[in-house]
Design a protein. Structure first.
Length: 79
């Protein structure tokens, strides 16, 4: 079963659309939406392992121009 996480992303002024376009091209990003509030974007990502989630965030998402900060929350099954 894949590991799922939510990534909250803060962007530089005027860069949200560019970041959204780039995020939607990254393999492993299932959804990415602009939102209101403290963050500008929330992305839903999936990867095979916890380490793969980390590599996706640090290697593919953090490198997108216009991103200033991220916070990642791992989804847990609490049923």
């Amino acid at each position: 079963m894949a590991t799922k996480a939510y990534v909250l992303i803060g962007t530089a002024v005027g860069k949200t659309r560019d970041v959204l376009r780039a995020l939607r091209q990254v393999k492993g990003v299932r959804e990415a939406d602009g939102v209101t509030g403290e963050y500008d974007i929330i992305a839903v990502i999936e990867a095979d392992t916890l380490n793969s989630v980390g590599e996706l965030v640090t290697g593919r998402i953090h490198t997108i121009g216009g991103i200033q900060r991220t916070t990642t929350y791992l989804a847990v099954n609490v049923d």
